[in-house]
Ligand binder design. Structure first.
Ligand code: S5P
Length: 271
């Protein structure tokens, strides 16, 4: 039996991944030595651009919540696209689509944000059933975009667990041309038979605190990458919530190193 993806390097996995977006992501993770994604959940355009430029060298994925930006315009996304090229990272609009296929198609393609035109990756809740993937795919696939399904959540009391999570994985397996992985807390589907390599992106990561007052729960990069076998750590306030730009960079490097060291340990290459 071929070795599990769990113990393969990101570059080995890039070579056998058929999805252009997943391949690019795995390649740049290997090249930049980072499995850190930062969630820049700030509300002013200039702050997003400043922090994205600052953090570019440390991250593989820049995660946005575009609908919290107070002064949004298309210039913002044009600048983010330029920064993505300059620093080699992917853009992930964390839109969490959750409606019927026909509606999400419009939400993804059009409206104010035109998400599909600039975001390499987006995500969806599987709750409506497979039509949500089909709708998003009609828009995203011709543009070489990719989708993550929310298989589990980091928040207290989440309903995304048990059979729901297992059914989410089955849904992904039927749509591997577009679905490249999951937002989740554990590597649920690691078959060891190498039939499909799904990426696991994991939020709820913090080194200093265990959670917030609104139900968020944090684990360490080591818990996420080594113990739970996930691939990318997503950190928000732990990085951008620093007092100034110098500290934002310091924190990004701390999380990048913690995530990368955990990955090296997992694949058996730690010194
Ligand atoms: O289960 C989840 C899924 C997501 S995408 N839990 C999460 O926290 N997220 C997102 O990750 C959330 O919307 C936010 O943008 C980020 C976590 O931010 P932090 O400040 O708590 O690290």
């Amino acid at each position: 039996m071929a070795p599990s993806f769990l113990t393969q390097t990101y570059s080995e996995r890039a070579k056998v991944n058929d999805n252009a977006c997943a391949k690019k992501l795995l390649e740049l993770m290997d090249k930049k030595k980072t499995n850190l994604s930062v969630a820049i959940d700030v509300t002013k355009k200039d702050d997003i651009i400043r922090i994205a430029d600052l953090l570019g060298p440390y991250i593989c994925v820049l995660k946005t919540h575009i609908d919290i930006v107070e002064d949004f315009d298309m210039e913002l996304v044009e600048t983010l696209k330029q920064l993505a090229q300059k620093h080699e990272f992917l853009i992930f609009e964390d839109r969490k689509f959750a409606d019927i296929g026909n509606t999400v198609k419009h939400q993804y393609e059009g409206g104010v944000y035109k998400i599909a035109s600039w975001s390499d990756i987006t995500n969806a809740h599987p709750i409506p059933g497979e039509g949500i993937i089909k709708g998003l795919k009609e828009v995203g696939l011709p543009l070489n975009r990719a989708l993550l399904l929310l298989a589990e959540m980091s928040s207290k009391g989440t309903l995304a667990k048990g059979q729901y999570t297992l059914d989410t994985i089955e849904m992904a397996k039927r749509n591997t041309d577009f679905v490249i992985g999951f937002i989740g807390q554990n590597r649920i589907y690691d078959n060891g038979d190498n039939s499909q390599d799904f990426l696991y992106l994991t939020p709820g990561v913090g080194l200093e605190t265990k959670g917030d007052s609104l139900g968020q729960q944090y684990r360490t990069p080591h818990q996420v990458i080594v113990e739970s076998g996930c691939d990318i750590i997503i950190v928000g306030r732990g990085v951008y919530g620093a007092k100034d730009d110098a500290e934002i960079k310091e924190r990004a490097e701390k999380y990048r190193k913690a995530g990368w060291d955990a990955y090296l340990e997992r694949i058996g290459q730690s010194q």
